[in-house]
Design a protein around this ligand. Structure first.
Ligand code: PMP
Length: 353
């Protein structure tokens, strides 16, 4: 892996590299700090302290009133599944832009699921839960959450630590550590009221009895450290992403930019009419760049993205779209080179027909 150049990694919406400062914070907890955070002896107490500090760091970034409202999970997929099977049994409204872990779960568990835009304000049926993601992982659109009279959930995976987003009046929010330079396999669920959800994993009573299983102390500590760093440097990260996306755009005046009126600077969705997104991903890869033609969890699927189509793209446009997602390790020079690579590749692929 040593030959990989992180400045050319433009798939930060799929995952971010571990920040070296986060790695440093995690290291003791993979070594002498191996205690079980539920044990009452000194090793356990030390691990418990580290977990609770991380809970405070994440709660602060979320704007949660109390750290006890944050439960650690394995990531946003788990948190989304938990809310949508643990908190709702009948009618839920889900925006058409949701991640597949929301869309599929609501369809599997809900007696009366509703995926669509219409009727957000006029509620045709009694909505028990509305789920609207904070930032769309495919387009970077920042979505407003029309609060329903029941419970409100937001998948904040692409928003937390990136755009100024906080839980506000929400009842539930989901997020993952590896989208903000923390480790993979750890994330969280914000619960305004712990009594509003059923236990997800039964076992040793961890996480106030709602999610059993020995805590991933090193991962949780890493998530806490990543949250604290994101809080400190959010403005800097955003300004950096803005400059990089402009550089890619400047090189590609003929591509259609799928920006929303309110847009996260970290994601750039570009459509190259007449081409396929995959062919551009392959060309970029051959030049040492990582970009994507859709979310990593949907790669290999042949259908055009339902999210892009809900955002107003035609089927052909959805197939001709790439996602470029910016992060801390990218440089302006690499962004310009990526922009040029995309422009030249699009020209030569168009000639090949
Ligand atoms: N929601 C959104 C908006 C995402 O972008 C992702 C990751 N692609 C997830 C949920 C799932 O996150 P994880 O794979 O960490 O569980």
């Amino acid at each position: 892996m040593s030959g990989f150049d992180r400045t050319r990694y433009f798939d930060n919406a799929a995952t971010t590299p571990l920040d070296p400062r986060v790695k440093e914070a995690m290291e003791p907890w993979m070594d002498e700090g191996f205690g079980n955070a539920n044990s009452i002896h000194a090793w356990g107490r030390l691990a418990r302290q580290a977990v609770e500090k991380a809970r405070e760091q994440v709660a602060e970034l979320l704007g949660a009133a109390d750290p006890s409202q944050v439960l650690f999970t394995s990531g946003a997929t788990e948190s989304n599944n938990w809310v949508l099977c643990g908190a709702v049994l009948d009618c839920a409204k889900v925006s058409p832009f949701e991640h597949v872990s929301v869309r599929d779960t609501v369809e599997a568990w809900c007696k009366d699921p509703y995926l669509g835009h219409e009727g957000w304000t006029v509620t045709p049926r009694k909505t028990k839960l509305a789920s609207v993601m904070a930032v769309c992982n495919e387009t970077g659109a920042v979505l407003a959450h029309p609060m329903c009279g029941g419970k409100n959930h937001s998948d904040a995976t692409q928003a937390l630590g990136k755009v100024p987003w906080q839980v506000g009046e929400l009842d539930f929010a989901s997020f993952s550590s590896h989208k903000l330079y923390g480790p993979k396999g750890v994330g969280g669920l914000y619960l305004r009221d712990p009594d509003s959800i059923k236990p997800f994993l039964r076992g040793g009573g961890q996480e106030i009895g709602l999610r059993g299983g020995t805590l991933n102390v090193a991962g949780i500590v890493g998530f806490g450290a990543a949250a604290a760093l994101a809080q400190e440097q959010m403005a800097e990260d955003r300004a950096h992403a803005q400059v990089l996306r402009q550089a890619v755009l400047d090189e590609n005046p003929d591509a259609k930019c799928n920006d929303a009126p309110d847009q996260s600077p970290f994601v750039l969705s570009l459509t190259f009419p007449g081409l396929t997104g995959e062919s551009l991903v392959v060309e970029a890869d051959a030049n040492g760049f990582a970009i994507s033609s859709g979310p990593a969890c949907s790669s290999g699927k042949t259908k055009p993205s339902p999210v892009l189509m809900a955002a107003g793209l035609t089927e052909d446009e959805a197939r001709a779209t790439v996602r470029i997602s910016f992060g801390r390790t990218n440089t302006l020079d690499a962004a310009r080179q990526l922009g040029e690579t995309l422009r030249l590749s699009a020209q030569s692929l168009a000639l090949l027909g």
